[in-house]
Design a protein around this ligand. Structure first.
Ligand SMILES: [Zn+2]
Length: 173
């Protein structure tokens, strides 16, 4: 019988004691069903703990592909933002530097959302602790979907307020 160790309670349990988790390498959650149930029953704090655990494991398991993916997203988007600010977007499209169809359009998953918080702040390029980070929208009238979200410190997010993305980004050039 195949077994797996729960990373919370440490017990070695049969695979059916774990729910499915798309984002993990073996397709199973890191915590056993019992631990998950307990976590759900408890307060916000322990749910947070559960999310952070998933985040930690996910990062370990997907280190390289995530580095590639995020670099691409960040660079594409940053290039996109800077070009549109300078009014050079047409030229860049012509030269193939921006592939619009390469910008994903859907909502990020929870794991992806947390991954965003690990990137440098989009505005000043500095690395903050993820607890100081949030997800800002380029266009505040559009939802939190790919192509419209950037990692930004909560301080910057707050400071920007209702200011347009272009105007606020202009402060950091
Ligand atoms: Zn457990």
């Amino acid at each position: 019988m195949e077994i797996k160790k729960c990373s919370r309670c440490g017990r070695e349990l049969p695979l059916e004691s774990f729910t499915k988790l798309k984002t993990s390498k073996d397709g199973l959650d890191y915590w056993c069903k019992e631990c998950k149930r307990e976590c759900r029953k408890q307060n916000y704090q322990s749910n947070r703990e559960c999310e952070l655990e998933q985040m930690k494991r996910y990062r370990q398991e997907h280190k390289e592909e995530r580095a590639q993916k995020w670099k691409q997203y960040y660079n594409t988007l940053r290039g996109f933002a800077i070009c549109s600010r300078n009014g050079e977007i047409t030229a860049d499209r012509k030269h193939g530097r921006i592939q619009e169809d390469s910008l994903p359009i859907n909502y990020p998953t929870l794991e992806e959302w947390m991954e965003l918080l690990l990137l440098p702040d989009f505005y000043d390029g500095k690395q903050y602790h993820f607890t100081e980070m949030g997800v800002d929208r380029i266009d505040n009238n559009k939802p939190h979907i790919w192509g419209n979200i950037i990692p930004a410190s909560t301080a910057h997010n707050k400071e920007r307020g209702r200011m347009s993305f272009e105007e606020y980004l202009g402060r950091f050039v």
